[in-house]
Write a protein that binds this ligand. Sequence first.
Ligand SMILES: [Zn+2]
Length: 286
Amino acid sequence: MTNYIGRFAPSPSGPLHFGSAVAALASYLQARSQSGRWIVRIEDIDPPREQPGASDAILNTLTTLGLLWDAEVTYQSQRSRTYDDALERLHAARLTFACCCTRKELAGGPYPGTCRDGHDAAKSARTLRVRIGHGEIAFDDLIQGRVSLNRQSIGDFVLRRADGLYAYHLAVVVDDAASGVTEVVRGVDLVESTTQQIFLQNVLGYPTPRYAHVPIVLDEFGAKLSKQTFAAPIDAMRPSSVLFNALTFLGQNPLVELVDASPEEILDWAVRNWQIRLVAKQSKAS
Ligand SMILES: [Zn+2]
């Protein structure tokens, strides 16, 4: 075992689909190929978007695929106190402010700073935001290369939502640090949000993990990849074909004879032959 700790962090909004299986497999292989540990975290901090039973269904599917994790599964729903502690630290550092702007008032753009120096006393506070400041936030992604965003284009983002729930970025950063995650492998749809997470790591004094963002499986692939195979819930499919197809999607050129192999045999081959440099930078559909 090395110090490497990787993780897969699904939200239980539904059963594992092929796209999340790809992300799970990539993070698993990146960890195992370096003799590292691989952990699973259930991101269940958004009850309105969750589906009853989805957490267990996801864990069962991972087990069926042979993607076995090392430590006890963590659930974000049980970690409110830790998130509160982080919010308290950011508050003490004068990095947070209450915001009364509605989503409609902000019209989807980066936060214009309306409540940064105190909000309209006639309105009540809705969200808690963080002061992001000025300048670039950049990192070198193992697959996507250099990623850089200007803080003004990101804007002061929300840490606690109007409904009182913790924002995704806060929970992710606190949990990755608590678990000692050294490298995050996940879908490229999250590549830009990495800059917000790096910002929070910096102000909370946490180390920044390495990042690798893999292509995501898009609906537009329907033309190339059979919908029957890829849109169906994973648990209804043969685990070996899921793994084989996910390896193919990740550019790993699995041996043809592995089509009929067991999940264990496929994973054994994949761990020994995993090459992250073969993963496409962009999804082929884009
Ligand atoms: Zn505001």
